[in-house]
Design a protein around this ligand. Structure first.
Ligand code: B12
Length: 356
């Protein structure tokens, strides 16, 4: 009974959140602006766009907290935000201040139960933030091959394409398998670069250039041709996710195991993915989620596909950074196979064809 009441309260709170989303985003963007360092405030329109994007992201995480995900992803996101802001000299109390502004947006909400649920979430996360010191560190702590990736990372940061290509090639010769190269060389280098961006130790331009070099290197790997009767896998980023490098590697893993693959372009929306499934009727739909709120968009997508195709729906496979970070939440999505990384995918692939 209590559980039932909690679900109704959360649903009312979510409806209220969606109803007042634009007002909340305005309030958050204004709060970010007020707390930003003068250098940021001087950036004008570009900074404004970033602040509004961040405000939307905060609302996405807030909504995910109300949809049975619990507060943990929201707290972890806020710890990340606190670190990003403090590394960029924002006011020290920027995050609590933003949450106070959000509370004001909902202060006069007509539904008392919606207000109660929203306020309870906001207060719980404010409290949790006082006790957590630091954000998650994504670096790989026991680097493969004794840290061979460090030279590669240095080449990426220096924008030295030639050196990066040589190290990539050397790794291909040594490890023989491109998927192993991705996991042991590209991934630890990019994770470390992400952390350095988070801590404001490198510029966003360096991060983008490093990713572009990696994408160019991956593009040189031919995708193995598959037999005409090979099983098919459709690959897509979870709606809202723009991290496509990992998915390219996943496509490679499928292709090397003899599957036919088709990867949808970054930015494919939920209806576009649904259309592509109806057109291809693949045996497997593999999705990549990088952040917790991407798990929400995949949940919606999977539910629609099941409603549309029933038992003929493709086998649903979900992977990526968010699945590795929140295995419990990913596992709560019924009827999907969740698979955080490529080592596990490698173990599943030979059996997938038979299950699907
Ligand atoms: C490059 C990058 C970007 C690029 C992506 C460009 C591109 N074409 O891919 C751009 C600039 C677009 C970007 C944007 C953002 N990013 Co970014 N990004 C990264 C970075 C540095 C590298 C990602 C990457 O390529 N990794 C290498 C690949 C090989 O690893 P992977 O993606 O994890 O994939 C592997 C596994 O997860 C798995 N896998 C992945 N998908 C699947 C699917 C299946 C089915 C299976 C089985 C397995 C599987 O296999 C892969 C190979 O081993 C990461 C750092 C990090 N820790 O990942 C941050 C990172 C993910 N980004 C982050 C953030 C916050 C953002 C932004 C919000 C930044 C901003 N303020 O705008 C936006 C959000 C964009 C969006 N809507 O998604 C944070 C996320 C923190 C969090 N989890 O809360 C990170 C961790 C950086 C950080 N330390 O702060 N980003």
């Amino acid at each position: 009974m209590i559980e039932h009441a909690r679900i109704i309260e959360a649903a009312a709170a979510r409806a209220m959140l969606q109803h007042r989303r634009e007002t909340a985003v305005d309030a958050l963007a204004a709060a970010f602006r007020a707390c930003a360092a003068p250098a940021w405030q001087a950036c004008g329109d570009a900074a404004e766009v970033e602040m509004r994007n961040e405000a939307h992201r905060l609302m996405d995480f807030f909504e995910a907290a109300l949809v049975s995900y619990g507060n943990e992803p929201l707290v972890r996101y806020l710890l990340w935000l606190r670190q990003v802001l403090s590394a960029r000299q924002a006011a020290p109390d920027a995050v609590p201040y933003c949450l106070d502004q959000l509370e004001q947006v909902f202060a006069d909400a007509a539904s008392a139960s919606a207000r109660a649920a929203l306020f309870a979430t906001l207060r719980e996360v404010q409290y949790a933030l006082r006790w957590h010191r630091s954000a998650r560190d994504w670096r790989v702590h026991s680097p493969p091959n004794g840290g061979d990736y460090l030279a590669f990372e240095a080449a990426l940061l220096a924008g030295d394409c030639r050196q990066a290509r040589q190290l990539f090639q050397r790794s291909l010769d040594h490890l023989a398998h491109p998927v192993a190269v991705a996991v042991d060389l590209l991934q630890p280098a990019l994770y470390s670069i992400g952390c350095q961006w988070q801590n404001n130790q490198i510029s966003v331009a360096q991060e983008h250039r490093a990713t572009a070099i990696v994408e160019a290197l991956l593009a040189t790997l031919p995708l193995s041709p598959a037999a005409a009767d090979a099983p098919t896998a459709l690959l897509a980023l979870a709606p809202g996710n723009r991290h496509g490098v990992g998915l390219r590697v996943v496509a490679d893993a499928f292709a090397r195991a003899g599957w036919q693959t088709r990867t949808l372009p970054a930015g494919s929306t939920l209806p576009a993915i649904i259309d592509a499934v109806a057109q291809d009727m693949p045996r497997v739909l593999a999705l990549s989620a990088a952040m917790a709120h991407h798990l929400l968009s995949t949940r919606l997508l999977f539910a629609r596909l099941r409603r549309l195709h029933g038992v003929r729906a493709p086998l649903l496979l979900l992977g990526g950074l968010a699945v590795a970070e929140y295995p419990d939440i990913a596992a709560r999505q019924e009827g999907i196979l969740f698979c955080p990384d490529l080592r596990m995918l490698g173990r599943c692939l030979p059996r997938l064809d038979k299950v699907a």
